[in-house]
Ligand binder design. Structure first.
Ligand code: TXA
Ligand code: MG
Length: 341
């Protein structure tokens, strides 16, 4: 058991019924410039730092440090052949990690970075097999959250090249969109030199759009807040299909809470219920949230799933939002999280 210099508010801890004795790593609630320096140094020293991005929280490690990256895999319980996204502070860092960058990828980066978009590009020789899952490509992203941005800048100032970070959750489970959810998902598995940086509730709430940039046209591998329509304002796009590329988001069971998720069915009394605010709660169902539009729906989706699990709800019925804009990404995640018998 390490020191417990934890600075998350006790109220947050209590509301999640976390036991103090389980605490080991440090959660930094108020991220000052000094804390950013400390977190960047922790990364450089080979420790893990979970940090907020505008999409979801990431579990970060120095992307050039094999031992640190291996710890990400063991903490997440993720198979080691599934590649990680490397986060960089700006488009200027792109050339360190990628080669053969097509013009359309530069256009996309200029338009949507910093932001909720990951580009898959040919890898340079600093992108080792332990990051790419031995694939010849590398996923790169410039996040837009101020804490992520400051951390990346500081890390680069002390000689870091990029932060590898998958979503901060156990493999197959729901991504974390707050520091408390990150703690609840992974806290027990982190060590006393590891950190969790708080940056509030993520403003997008679902993972970045992943775009493969290794063919003559870009292809969406995972839909997100940067939508097909937005991409098409910059470049023609290969039509979105379920990709053949191996990545865990395409597994059958992913983004799943413990409760069984059903789409567009009527709940029975005691079931969890999630729908846009203009849909009435069926008799006896437990309303998990009432988002007023699809953007809000994305923000509260994973937190609602976690809430249902905390309430020991066994079944969640979700009425899907319209299949347009970010609704396409929400429906993609819901289809992967839904109960398959
Ligand atoms: O919003 C996000 O993308 C968050 C934040 C933390 O940046 N990250 C995230 O990472 O969702 P992760 O590891 O949970 O999901 C990234 C997905 C995985 O399905 C991974 O297999 C895929 O991206 N991926 C990464 N590199 C790839 C590559 N070279 N080729 C194909 N897929 C790749
Ligand atoms: Mg993930």
């Amino acid at each position: 058991m390490g020191t417990r210099s934890r600075r998350v508010s006790v109220k947050q801890v209590r509301s999640k019924l976390v036991k103090w004795d389980d605490l080991c790593m440090e959660i930094i609630d108020n991220v000052t410039p000094g804390e950013i320096r400390k977190a960047a140094k922790a990364l450089k020293d080979g420790h893990l730092v979970a940090f907020p991005t505008e999409t979801v929280y990431g579990l970060g490690a120095d992307a050039t440090n094999e031992k640190a990256v291996n710890r990400i895999y063991s903490v997440k319980g993720r198979p080691t052949d599934h590649p990680l996204i490397v986060h960089i502070s700006s488009i200027n860092q792109l050339g360190n990690w990628a080669t053969d960058i097509p013009d359309y990828a530069i256009k996309l980066a200029k338009e949507f970075w910093p932001g909720p978009m990951t580009l898959i590009l040919g890898r340079s020789n600093i992108a080792k097999d332990f990051i790419t899952g031995s694939q010849e490509t590398i996923g790169l992203r410039v996040p837009n959250h101020p804490v992520a941005h400051k951390l990346l800048k500081e890390f680069e100032t002390i000689g870091g090249l990029g932060i590898a970070a998958p979503s901060a959750n156990r493999f197959g489970q729901v991504s974390a969109t707050s520091s408390v959810s990150t703690f609840n998902a992974l806290g027990r598995l982190l060590g006393d030199k590891d950190l969790i940086l708080n940056g509030g509730l993520c403003s997008v709430g679902i993972e970045s759009t992943i775009i493969s940039c290794v063919q003559s046209l870009p292809e969406i591998l995972r839909p997100g807040a940067v939508t097909g329509e937005m991409i098409e304002t910059v470049t023609p796009l290969k039509i979105y299909t379920q990709s053949k590329v191996r990545f865990p988001g395409s597994f059958i069971n992913h983004y799943s809470p413990r409760a069984r998720v059903f789409l567009n069915t009527s709940p029975t009394p005691g079931d969890g219920f999630l729908a846009l605010s203009d849909v009435k709660t069926p008799e006896g169902a437990i309303r998990l949230a009432s988002p007023k539009d699809s953007d809000e729906f994305a923000i509260i989706l994973y937190e609602s799933f976690r809430r249902a699990d905390e309430m020991n709800i066994e079944k969640i019925c979700v009425i899907t939002p319209p299949q347009k804009g970010i609704g396409i990404a929400i429906i993609d995640r819901l289809n992967k999280s839904k109960y398959k018998n």
